[in-house]
Design a protein around this ligand. Structure first.
Ligand SMILES: NC(=O)c1ccc[n+]([C@@H]2O[C@H](COP(=O)([O-])OP(=O)(O)OC[C@H]3O[C@@H](n4cnc5c(N)ncnc54)[C@H](OP(=O)(O)O)[C@@H]3O)[C@@H](O)[C@H]2O)c1
Length: 273
């Protein structure tokens, strides 16, 4: 299997690529420097020279707050970049797997979001990712759209590692506890991406995140509890610490493919840290 991976240097890509390698699959791990998905001329030139079996599209403009003030850039990557790849997938008649987000929902529900629930993003990041989904649906028949949320994993800067660093410096921390979601380990998600590919699962949209749900304070407390760090966690509200982007208050996904419980996976991730 010959695979193009965009966003290979990101949080998810760094976990997924070694697992693709372990399958014995050939893949081209790219980032914005070597394969800028917004540059259609370059994308076409390169793609005309290679033969592909699959596209894993992880590249994204992922800074939720910055996206509010860099709207054009966010849409350029998440919408136009995804459109470019969707067209390539169609032209080469290969399946494309696009990782999308729980931020396509407005967070007004009080029970987990189904795949068929109405999307209504409340921030630029979510809007631009949804446009990406729409391009995939418009151009491709062989597609997997995978919505997930709250990713953390090895090899990349992430919330869990940042909290561990804080715990060395402080005895108390305030956390904006404005969301409920599914903290998801990139290893668990990567395993399911591989399974989808190996088993030729039916094309379509999937919700894949950890089992259970948590607020940011629960998540933070659990990190400190597992690592036995004596740091007290105070929940604060959005108005105490306003940020540029609104967050969906409730972004728990009703999973199409269930991952392990978030606390179990967090414990595994933290072994040896
Ligand atoms: N992190 C989460 O909590 C989360 C949750 C739900 C969904 N997702 C989605 O999952 C995917 C992977 O997320 P992540 O956290 O791994 O992302 P990330 O750590 O922010 O990494 C983003 C990746 O995209 C690449 N990229 C950015 N602009 C590009 C461009 N113009 N052309 C080509 N590559 C470009 C970056 O390359 P450089 O290294 O060159 O910058 C990097 O490899 C994203 O699509 C994101 O929207 C993430």
């Amino acid at each position: 299997m010959r695979i193009l991976v965009t966003g290979a240097t990101g949080t998810l890509g760094q976990e997924l690529c070694p697992m693709l390698d372990a399958q014995g699959w050939q893949f081209w791990a790219t980032n914005s420097k070597i394969f800028d998905i917004t540059n259609i001329k370059m994308v076409n030139e390169i793609m005309n020279k290679v033969s592909l079996d699959f596209i894993i599209h992880l590249a994204g403009y992922t800074n939720i707050d910055l996206a509010e003030t860099h709207k054009t850039e966010a849409f350029k990557v998440n919408h136009i970049g995804t459109k470019n790849l969707a067209k390539i997938a169609k032209k080469h008649d290969v399946p494309i797997l696009y990782v999308s987000t729980d931020n396509v929902f407005d967070g007004e529900k009080s029970s987990p979001y189904d795949v068929s629930d109405k999307t209504n993003p409340i921030n630029i990041y979510g809007q631009s990712k949804l446009k990406g989904e729409e391009e995939i649906l418009k151009h491709c028949s062989k597609y997997y759209i995978i919505r997930t949320g709250w990713l953390y994993g090895s090899g990349a800067k992430n919330y869990v590692d940042t909290m561990l660093t804080f715990s060395m410096l402080r005895r108390e921390i305030s956390v904006v506890d404005d969301q409920i979601g599914n903290p998801t380990w990139t290893r668990d998600l990567s395993e399911q991406i591989i399974n989808i590919m190996k088993e030729n699962r039916p094309y379509g949209t999937y919700h894949i995140s950890s089992t259970g749900q948590a607020g940011w304070a629960d998540f933070t407390k659990k990190i400190f509890e597992i690592k036995k760090r004596n740091v007290s966690v105070n929940s604060i509200v959005e108005s105490d610490f306003p940020r540029p982007a609104k967050r969906p208050k409730y972004c728990v996904l009703n999973n199409t493919i269930e991952l392990p419980n978030w606390e179990e996976s967090l414990e595994k991730y933290l072994i040896g840290k």
